[in-house]
Ligand binder design. Sequence first.
Ligand code: FAD
Ligand code: NAP
Length: 333
Amino acid sequence: MQEYDPYLAPFTTFGIHASAERIVSAESHDDLVKIFTEEPSARILGGGSNVLLSDDVNGTVVLMRIMGRTTVREDDNHIWVRFGAGETWHDVVTWTVHNGWGGIENLALIPGTVGAAPMQNIGAYGVEQNSVFDSLTAYDRKTHEELTYSASACAFGYRDSIFKHAMKNRAIITSVTYRLSKHPIVNASYADVRAELETMSVAAPSIKDIYTAVVAIRKRKLPNPADIGNAGSFFKNPVVSRDVYTTLKSHHAELAAYAQHDGSYKLAAAWLIDQCGWKGHRRGDAGVHERQALVLVNYGTATGAEILQIADEIQESVRERFGVELEREVNVW
Ligand code: FAD
Ligand code: NAP
């Protein structure tokens, strides 16, 4: 367990200036028991890449720093590896690709920790973490017990899980076990990935090629939080019924949408926001990124309240123009 100065800016990718009463790291289950017995309402933070601080935090912020990579099981086709919740997600992806184990290569360069990955069932380029998820362990801050969750118990959905609902502020994820493939089948379903592979002159991609392509695209397209504060996509892509989609499409031929297995349609939130004229909008140091309308940014000294104000106005204008409700993806503290 380690104590830090109580300033939160270095611990979130938005870089908002705010403080907590205390910042402490948890490196073991015993640390969690000690901290949460003393203060059951303390907040848990991983890499801080999906949090917006709207104000100072009353109480303790606990940095998840439980590490470890352990092979749990292995057969001819798969390997099951348990990762400590404090492991850095991208380092884990790089390590699995290096070992030739497939399944999470499309999720390269997503910031944050392993422990936060199941929270919103992270996804990118046609893959979500639940496709290789086996189980997780969590500390129950109410009973102080260690819980084990199977995939079905996690109720994974599109950027969603039970940890955003019934177990919100209760289960603290301490480890996640993934079942990785020794004979991976790659996913190059997204146009950007296919185009990048073409540029790389790769016809039959390996997981390493997919990883390299995704890293290159993301470095080019997304603002690096080290340069401009942001938390990635601020809103989820809205999923609407076929009827709503058909009506919208009849009025907006260019509407960017993707059919889902259940007959609904996922609309590209970035397109909706862009159509409302928000891309590149700046007010003081708060704004909307100039290349990515879904990404709200802090150019330096923006407050959480200023970012939230823009987010609210974006939701309002998308509602007015398209009748579509945007839901926040970022966790507002
Ligand atoms: P934090 O921001 O620290 O925490 C997020 C929430 O989870 C908080 O409410 C926190 O209390 C809770 N939490 C954190 N750790 C635990 C734990 N161990 N147990 C219980 N609760 C916990 N997301 C995607 O899905 N796909 C992307 O492609 C993607 N790209 C991104 C690109 C950029 C540039 C950025 C800045 C963000 C991106 N994100 C993306 C969002 C973010 O990286 C992910 O949601 C990531 O999983 C958050 O991890 P974190 O450790 O930083 O979580
Ligand atoms: P993009 O490739 O320009 O696509 C725009 C949107 O259309 C994406 O949100 C994506 O939905 C959807 N889409 C594109 N091709 C699709 C296909 N073949 N099938 C189904 N849906 C498709 O998106 P981008 O902004 O550059 O981001 C690329 C990937 O990284 C996306 O998967 C995105 O989710 C992920 N990303 C996420 C965050 C975050 O913070 N959550 C930040 C940056 C990037 P999906 O979002 O459902 O994939």
